[in-house]
Every structure is written in C-alpha cells, then in structure tokens.
Design a protein around this ligand. Structure first.
Ligand code: NI
Length: 169
C-alpha cells in the first residue's frame, strides 16, 4: 500500500466527471488499498478517486463504526429527511462550510469484485456518502454553501451546536 497525494481545489481534475469502473482488477484493488491508507493518514472520513488524481467512479467512506465502505460506481437511490451542519473536504484543507444534506440515504454500488450491494446510513455517514459521490461528478461541497467560514465562525458554530460534536464511544 502507498499513500497518495491529495489533489487540492483549483486543480481541474476535481471538476471532471469520472468514468464508470468496468474492470474489477488488481489495479482497482491497489487503488482502494492506497485510498484507505491515504484516508487513514489524513484523518478524514471519506475520499474519492479524483482526489488522488484518478477519474474513476470509486470512493471510500468510513462509517460510524470505523469500518471503511468501498463504493464502486455508486448511486444514491433514496434519500429522506434533512440535516444541516459543518462540512469539510480533504481537498480544501482547514476550511469548512455549512451544508444541508439528506439525513438518510440509500446507495447502490459495486464492491471491489464487481458484486452489487446496497447500504443505507444516516447522519454523518449519509453526509459523507453524498459528499464523496458528488466528487465523482466533479462537484465540491462549496457549491452548497454561500461562503467558507472564517476560523472565528467555525468556533462560534461549534459553540452554538455542541450536540453535533459529541464524541461517539
Ligand atoms: Ni471532499
């Protein structure tokens, strides 16, 4: 496994539409393993292939149990409810915006061997699924917020919404 360099906002690769994965080969498996290692090192909870310079429909999301979900060719097939909260992106380090997302999403995807599966999740994991899947169509969360917060605004937001920042055991 290897840590890959994360592409930052401003690089046109983050604005491109990714291609479907059709070969579930060792090259894909290496990409997924490298993305997991890169994500772990970065301290984030989700990473999409274009963020490491690969224009394929691949992303990974860490769920509330700390498990990495690998999603190939993912599609959101159901969404319900609403949540509003702070959102960041490894390609926009140190910055946050306030973004509204569905509270629950159901996603259909393929695993690293090409087998189709569905998952449903909520809250932060649902937010992360929406965020990562959007990356595959060249979209960033900044499209959903009017501005990126200043450090003072982030501090104030955390102070005003302590319930959103409770640590899960
Ligand atoms: Ni991102």
């Amino acid at each position: 496994m290897a840590i890959r360099k994360i592409v930052e906002r401003g690089d046109p690769i983050l604005e491109k539409k990714c291609r479907l994965v059709t070969d579930f080969n060792t090259r894909l498996h290496t990409l997924l393993d490298d993305m997991a290692e890169t994500l772990e090192e970065s301290g984030g909870i989700g990473l999409a292939a274009p963020q490491v310079g690969i224009l394929r429909r691949v992303c990974i999301v860490e769920d509330s149990e700390g498990e990495i979900i690998e999603l190939i060719n993912p599609e959101i097939i159901f969404e319900e409810g609403e949540q509003t909260g702070l959102e960041g992106c490894l390609s926009i380090p140190g910055r946050f915006g306030i973004v509204t997302r569905p509270y629950t999403v159901r996603v259909r995807a393929q695993d690293r061997f090409g087998d189709e599966f569905e998952i449903e999740d909520e809250d932060l994991t649902a937010r992360c699924l929406c965020h990562e899947i959007e990356h595959l169509d060249g979209h960033l969360y900044t499209e959903h917020c009017d501005h990126l917060l200043t450090d003072e605004e982030v501090e104030q937001y955390i102070k005003d919404h302590p319930e959103q920042f409770e640590e899960d055991e």
